[in-house]
Write a protein that binds this ligand. Structure first.
Ligand code: PFF
Length: 449
């Protein structure tokens, strides 16, 4: 039998998992979600959710994957001995596929900004012009379609040729570089006039905006940011070598992910206040404020190119993991060659991405209720599909899989974190399912806090 691939070094493992978790969720999504949900108060809740809920789920997914040594679909059946549990795999696949569609649209915006950074288009614009320019770009429909097509083709190319060596090596350089750039940008924002206001917004909690929905939003964001609830960490877990410390990997990745999200906030909010943009403005926040900063900065154009290239790198390493989960399933279950499976899935994702782009044109009829399809997919996945996926994973790990198997995998047969296991396991078995279920029922109006 062909030997199953594994990640090379520990650093390589962290870099590849980091490649999946660090992406648009940190740089694009986190700042505006934090902005809309009360800033610092949201961040505090977010950190608690990450430690208490997300890390145990990540450890559970890793353990299931490493025990099963197979793709996420089969893993649930293999570890439980019952086929019905593959349903969790199906839900994950549907979620990853849906995310991929709107994720590619945003990554496509990033590509447009690489082009605009090179041409220096927005360097001479003021805040109002930058907004008008961006709205006009999104409003054309065809331009975002073109860029997202390019992005999906690029992602498909990597997935089609196999991700391991290229991605692992690529991530080892790309991740630290991205971190460095963000630090420099955050430091630069200290010099802006709105720094005090921006930093206060991020660091001084105002709990008046916090509701139960805020906790659900923080959880949805945390799961999205850490690529949880859709089988990605099950698949990656299967590539983690038997001797590796799962707690170390999950901890490092979570801390890095949270730091990068907060750093993005620190780079962005002072600019938001300096340029008089509303901190609660939605998904286009990064694409309005960052060009603004670059237009004012010494050497802004170079910085701008670098930043949007890095945004692209961060997003493509994440979208590869999204596409990979679906492709692995089509490839194995429908016995299609890897390249053919990639082409089919990539084309499907592209069709959905086109719908997302068209739905954002002015007066588009492509709406679900009051939301355009793009926003609908974002909310559907992060508020509903991902939390349900996370819920099913902990039910599976806590109640279906034998405790001994979880302990052996999570602690690497008693080598690492045995006392941490005694904290994590009850969280997985009792606390997390209750919290997710309560938040969820509250959201559906079936249970009032
Ligand atoms: N975690 C990625 C981000 O923060 O951008 C996005 C993502 C990748 C979500 C993979 C889900 C996923 F399965």
């Amino acid at each position: 039998m062909k030997k199953r691939s594994t990640f090379g070094s520990t650093f390589g493992t962290v870099a590849v998992v980091g490649g999946s978790v660090i992406g648009l969720g940190n740089i694009w999504r986190f700042p505006y979600i934090a902005g809309q949900n009360g800033g610092a108060a949201f961040i505090l809740i977010y950190i608690c959710v990450a430690l208490l809920i997300s890390v145990p789920i990540m450890l559970s997914e890793f353990s299931i994957g490493r025990a099963a040594q197979s793709n996420s679909m089969r893993a649930y059946a293999k570890v439980s001995g019952r086929k019905g549990w593959q349903a969790i795999g199906y839900l994950g696949i549907a979620t990853a596929f849906t995310i991929l569609s709107f994720y590619s649209v945003i990554a496509g915006w990033g590509l447009e900004f690489i082009k605009e950074s090179f041409t220096g288009e927005f360097m001479s614009m003021d805040a109002g012009q930058i907004k008008a320019n961006f709205d006009a770009f999104v409003g054309t429909g065809w331009q975002p379609i073109l860029w997202s097509t390019l992005f999906i083709v690029g992602t498909a190319f990597i997935v089609g040729t196999g991700v391991e060596k290229g991605i692992e090596r690529f991530n080892k350089y790309a991740m630290p570089l991205m971190f460095l750039i963000l630090v420099v940008m955050a430091v630069n924002s200290v010099t802006l006039s709105g720094f005090k206001e921006g930093a206060a917004f991020l660091l001084k909690p105002d709990f008046s905006k916090v509701t139960i929905r805020t906790v659900l939003t923080a959880m949805g964001q945390s799961f999205f940011s850490l690529s949880l609830g859709m089988g990605i960490m099950v698949t990656y877990g299967s590539y983690i070598r038997t001797g590796r410390n799962m707690f170390g990997i999950a901890g490092t990745v979570t801390v890095a992910d949270t730091c990068i999200a907060i750093l993005s906030g620190l780079a962005i909010f002072p600019a938001v206040f300096s340029f008089g943009i509303n901190p609660t403005s939605g998904p286009d926040l990064v694409f309005l404020t960052l060009p603004n900063i670059f237009a004012q900065m010494a050497g802004g154009q170079v910085f701008s190119v670098m930043f949007f290239v890095l945004l692209f790198v961060a997003s493509i390493t994440s979208s590869v993991s999204l596409l990979e989960v679906v492709v692995a399933w089509v490839h194995e279950e429908f016995k299609l060659k890897r390249r053919a499976a990639t082409a089919v899935v990539g084309f499907g994702a592209l069709c959905l991405a086109v719908l997302c782009c068209l739905s954002q044109m002015p007066d588009s009829a492509l709406r679900v209720g009051s939301l355009d399809i793009f926003t609908f997919f974002d909310k559907l996945t992060s508020l509903y599909m991902i939390p349900v996926g996370g819920f099913l994973v902990v039910i599976f790990a806590g109640w279906i899989v034998k405790k001994k198997l979880m302990r052996d995998e999570m602690t690497t047969y008693g080598r690492y974190g045995t006392s941490l296991f005694d904290i994590v396991y009850p969280l997985v078995k009792f606390v997390i399912p209750i919290i997710i279920a309560a938040l969820f029922l509250n959201e559906l109006g079936l249970f009032k806090w």
